[in-house]
Write a protein that binds this ligand. Structure first.
Ligand code: MG
Length: 410
């Protein structure tokens, strides 16, 4: 049934399905299988593998999301088996067509497609013996800046243990965490500000009173005083505030010249974000909940924020993220890609960052996972807060499958 479905879809895109162009003259290759492996990191990192009959294997990563494995193996595998893996853009459209009405516009369907798209670029690069950045038009920088997500003070929000909130979420803990990241070589750090102050109150209205605003201002003051100009500081508000409270938080931290304030408002309403941006004198960022160029269009056209944070393994993959960047560049907006992934997602994002002018930094969210670097064969990827974009074919990295298996999730 799927074979017929795939054939029918492909036939709508090429007049004669059997006569589709072969762009790999000298490298005839066919996709033979798709599969997933989940690594038990600080998130379930979902590695996507595309096998070919040339012995070349492409690896990608899909954003952690329930249902990705089933979509890839049950829906996308039958569509892609037999196809030419170097036809990345055509296969991206084919996957979107095949899931039309079942999540190809946004949500888990797009996430699954994103993971496969990255693996297709890796396979294509290996087959054509070129790094992905070269296939995208060539790199314009040798290395990309990585910023350290330091979560909240000395703990992740969700892992702060009962009774520890008094110390975990205090300004001194944040200052210590900031200094540690700077000592590790990062010159850009980010903290969560949507954290408990220790006072009990109803947060559902998203209205926060002056003592709560003061708690957040004091955290920002402690961090910026501690590290001075050693690093830029950003904060994440995770969609938890009403427009009036977000405005008061932004005003309270205006004097500290933050790199950006992330997701001050719930993610759906671009008008509200644009209005906030007009009213405050801070740099605003959003985008990790948006899918594809269409999902970013209003944020860009309405210039509702300064920085956009597409997540490559979620928003549509490598080429889709570059298209978002190209749209944004016309409005002088820059990309600060969201990333909570393994080295695969991180390097995929670095390839995009290397090829676009309007790139500031990409996120690194796994400082508490000591074996993150061990997942890749060779030298550490992140050195002194930078990734030197790999020059090998495809992504230019090789997973250490022994380490992957040691941390594999059922
Ligand atoms: Mg965020």
């Amino acid at each position: 049934m799927y074979e017929d479905f795939a054939s029918k879809l492909a036939a709508t895109m090429w007049a004669d399905f059997d006569d589709k162009p072969d762009r790999t003259d000298g490298h005839p290759a066919e996709i033979t299988d798709l599969s997933t492996t989940v690594i038990d990191g600080n998130f379930p990192w979902t590695i996507v593998t595309v096998e070919t009959d040339e012995g070349v294997t492409g690896i990608g990563e899909a954003y952690p999301s329930p249902g990705v494995h089933g979509i890839i193996t049950d829906y996308l595998r039958p569509v892609l088996v037999g196809e030419n893996p170097t036809d990345v853009e055509r296969l991206y459209n084919l996957m979107r067509e095949s899931l039309s009405g079942r999540g190809s516009q946004q949500g888990v369907g797009t996430i699954a497609i994103s993971g496969v798209e990255i693996a297709l670029w890796d396979a294509a690069g290996k087959l054509l013996d070129q790094p992905i950045y070269q296939l995208l038009g060539g790199k314009i920088r040798e290395e990309v800046t990585v910023y350290a997500d330091c979560h909240a003070g000395e703990a992740m929000v969700e892992s702060a243990e009962e009774g520890q909130q008094e110390t975990t979420y205090q300004p001194e803990a944040y200052a210590r965490a900031a200094r540690a990241a700077v000592d590790d070589g990062f010159d850009m750090v980010k903290f969560d500000l949507d954290v408990p102050s220790g006072r009990e109150f109803d947060t559902l209205s998203r209205h926060f009173d002056p003592p709560e605003i003061e708690h957040k201002r004091a955290i920002v003051e402690a961090v910026t005083e501690e590290i001075g100009h050693d690093a830029e500081v950003a904060v994440d508000l995770h969609w938890n505030f009403s427009p009036e409270t977000a405005e008061r938080i932004c005003r309270a931290v205006e004097p500290y010249d933050l790199a950006w304030i992330e997701d001050p408002l719930p993610p759906e309403n671009t008008d509200a974000m644009r209005e906030l941006k007009r009213r405050v004198d801070v740099t605003l960022l959003t985008g990790e909940n948006r899918y594809g160029r269409h999902g970013f269009r209003d944020l860009i056209q309405e210039q509702a924020v300064d920085f956009l944070a597409p997540d490559v393994p979620k928003t549509g993959g490598i080429a889709e993220t570059k298209k978002i960047a190209d749209m944004a560049e016309a409005y002088y907006q820059a990309l600060v890609p969201h990333n909570i992934g393994s080295p695969v997602a991180t390097v995929a994002t670095a390839h995009v960052g290397a090829t676009i002018p309007n790139f500031v930094a990409l996120e690194y969210h796994a400082r508490e996972v000591p074996w993150w670097e061990d997942l890749v064969v060779g030298d550490d990827l992140i050195q002194e807060g930078r990734i030197r974009v790999p020059d090998g074919p495809g992504l230019g990295i090789e997973l250490d499958w022994d380490v992957v298996e040691a941390h594999e999730k059922e």
